[in-house]
Design a protein around this ligand. Structure first.
Ligand code: BDP
Length: 602
């Protein structure tokens, strides 16, 4: 799905700001037609933000159910004659939307965009009411999964992933206009042959109902370099542009060309431009060859983190100052990449990574599909992961759709080099194999140009995992020295090396997508003890000795970039403390260690 933009033929209006807000504690809002007028008992809510921490009220923070958002917007008079589209960059975890009294769309999945053509429901020059009923409950039909359990004090949401279930309108809501005949989608795939770059393009058109005498639309594309100089042109709904003396997009060098896709009302030079859409294009290649991960034909070593969208007060709400600041910190520490653990991040983040040469592993929200892990750490026990009553074919269909929507959204981003279709699912059982095999096909069908993998959990070591066979890359999370061999780094080192040597025998590149230790900033200890800053440093140093001794290891992503919020738990002190930075982005001692290692080129 194309992101709304301003162009010579398009205009957009952000609906961010203060919305009216109401929790639907009785679950009666739909039946009582709350969309048909002002919300009852209205409070204020900021968009974009998670609603949970804004109110400073535990009954709001932990609320499960329907959450209503409403505002009015005046549709610009100048949009008359255009198609008018209402676009949500996300609504976590699902939403139904009304324009005045008319229901216009529903969407499942908390981290990908959705939109509806609302032209027939609005009149340019007048004001309309927009109402979104967002729902934050997790079930076995949602990705990520969860379950609502009855307790003496009412329903409680349980889930098996280790981050707080923040919800709401986390990203920008747009109202935009575009012509009836317009660019509906564009797909680019880039190539390199020596100093020549190629850009294969495919444009999908929406065409106005043809009226007698109307002309057939013609697609023209042109590619400009970063200075704005046109370097290639083409025409047709698909084709290949050739760029001599190409400046490739590369890690650390976010060089972007700009592809302009135009629809004209004929082939003549003076034909009228009906629609124009611009797309940033980074020309680069990605390939897995043997146990190497190649970007532009060069072996690439991933240095960075698993991250979260997680901030004080706004939770998972997108925030530009923090976006810029986090990327400054990535640069400061010498990181070249991160994983969008454990869900698709805001498109602002992906765009920014493109422009700053940061490499991304792009992940779906399929996390917490592992009841084996639930025991003790994340709360709930007593469920079987894959069964007719738990994660089943319905979940699989929702998961497949989540993969398709992630790829549809992010397929054109040069920063994205690898799809991760799940984090730490159960993967050592026949049921897991049956569940995941078709999902790899879904990803490869949606994008044949990038490698695909999933993130393996410690409970499914080499020789037991039945899902890693489907991945192009092995992504593995290991906590030697933390969850096992706690406080015993010498034995942790032996065990980690032994396990990694097993994985290395598969002949695929290995990315360590998580390793690390909870660390309370300011806690020091001469004899490094778990939770101290010294222990985090020594655990990382131990891990690096092992990684550096195994050629097949092509990346290290520390868990986590920063401390983050979780559900309450006896193993969590005000959240997960495995950050190299605190939640407010102060460096722990490990930050200096990583800066020395990564900036020295290791
Ligand atoms: C892994 C998960 C991650 C957790 C981490 C931890 O992938 O989401 O936060 O371990 O326990 O199980 O810190």
């Amino acid at each position: 799905m194309l992101r709304p933009q301003d162009s010579p033929t398009r205009d957009r209006k952000s609906l961010n700001g203060i919305w009216s807000f109401a929790l639907d504690r009785e679950g009666s809002g739909r039946a009582d037609r709350w969309f048909a007028g002002a919300l009852p008992g209205t409070e204020d809510m900021a968009v974009p933000a998670s609603f949970n921490d804004i109110a400073a009220d535990p009954a709001v923070r932990d609320y499960v159910g329907d959450i209503w958002y409403q505002r009015t917007v005046t549709v610009p008079r100048g949009w008359a004659g255009e198609r008018i589209v209402l676009h949500f960059e996300s609504a976590t975890h699902r939403a139904t939307v009304w324009v005045d009294d008319t229901e216009v769309m529903s969407h499942e999945g908390g981290y990908t965009p959705f939109e509806a053509d609302v032209t027939d429901h609005v009149t340019p020059g007048t004001t309309v009411r927009i109402t979104a009923c967002v729902n934050n409950s997790l079930s076995f039909s949602s990705v990520p999964p969860g379950v609502i359990e009855d307790t003496p004090d009412g329903p409680r949401q349980r889930y098996w992933h280790d981050f707080f279930n923040y919800a709401g309108l986390h990203r920008t809501v747009w109202l935009y206009c575009a012509p009836a005949t317009r660019v509906q989608d564009v797909t680019v795939v880039t190539g390199l042959d020596g100093s020549t770059g190629t850009v294969d393009w495919t444009a999908e058109l929406a065409t106005a109902v043809t009226v007698e005498g109307s002309v057939s639309p013609v697609v023209r594309v042109s590619l400009a370099d970063a200075a704005g100089t046109e370097v290639a042109t083409g025409s047709g709904e698909s084709g290949t542009l050739t760029v001599p003396d190409v400046h490739p997009w590369a890690p650390g060098d976010g060089y972007l060309y700009r592809l302009s896709v135009e629809i004209t009302d004929g082939a003549a030079d003076d034909a009228t431009v009906l629609d124009s859409y611009g797309l940033n294009v980074g020309i680069r290649t990605v390939e897995v060859r043997g146990a190497e991960f190649l970007i532009n034909g060069e072996p690439f070593y991933f240095k960075g983190f698993g991250k979260h969208e997680d901030l004080e007060v706004i939770g998972k709400g997108h925030n530009d100052p923090h976006l810029v600041h986090d990327f400054k910190l990535l640069d400061w520490i010498g990181a070249n990449s991160f994983r969008t653990s454990h869900y698709p991040y805001s498109e602002d983040v992906i765009d920014y990574a493109d422009a700053h040469g940061i490499v991304l592993i792009d992940e779906t929200a399929a996390v917490g599909m592992n009841m084996g892990l639930g025991g003790g750490i994340f709360g709930s026990q007593g469920y079987t992961t894959f069964s007719a009553e738990t994660i089943n074919e319905t979940t699989q269909q929702v998961h497949a759709q989540a993969i398709r929507e992630l790829i549809a959204r992010d397929k054109n981003h040069p920063s994205v080099v690898l799809w991760s279709i799940a984090n730490e699912p159960e993967s050592d059982t026949p049921a897991a194999e049956a569940y995941f095999r078709p999902l790899f096909d879904v990803a490869r069908e949606a994008d044949p140009s990038r490698p695909v993998g999933f993130v393996n959990v410690m409970l499914a070591p080499h020789g037991k995992c039945r899902v890693s066979q489907f991945g192009d890359v092995l992504m593995i999370n290991r906590y030697y020295g933390w969850y096992v061999n706690t406080g015993d780094l010498p034995n942790a080192e032996i065990a980690l090396a032994e396990e990694l040597r097993g994985w290395a025998s598969d002949g695929k590149p290995i990315i360590i997508t998580e390793y690390g230790a909870d660390t309370l900033a300011g806690l020091h200890s001469v004899t490094p003890q778990p939770w101290s800053e010294e222990y985090q440093v020594e655990l990382l140093e131990m891990s690096h000795r092992v990684f550096d001794s195994i050629d097949e290891v092509v990346g290290e992503h520390i868990w986590n970039f920063a401390d983050f919020a979780t559900t309450p738990g006896i193993m969590r002190v005000d959240g997960n403390k495995k950050g190299v930075f605190t939640r407010d982005r102060r460096p722990k001692a490990a930050a200096q260690l990583m800066r020395r290692r990564w900036r020295a080129g290791n």
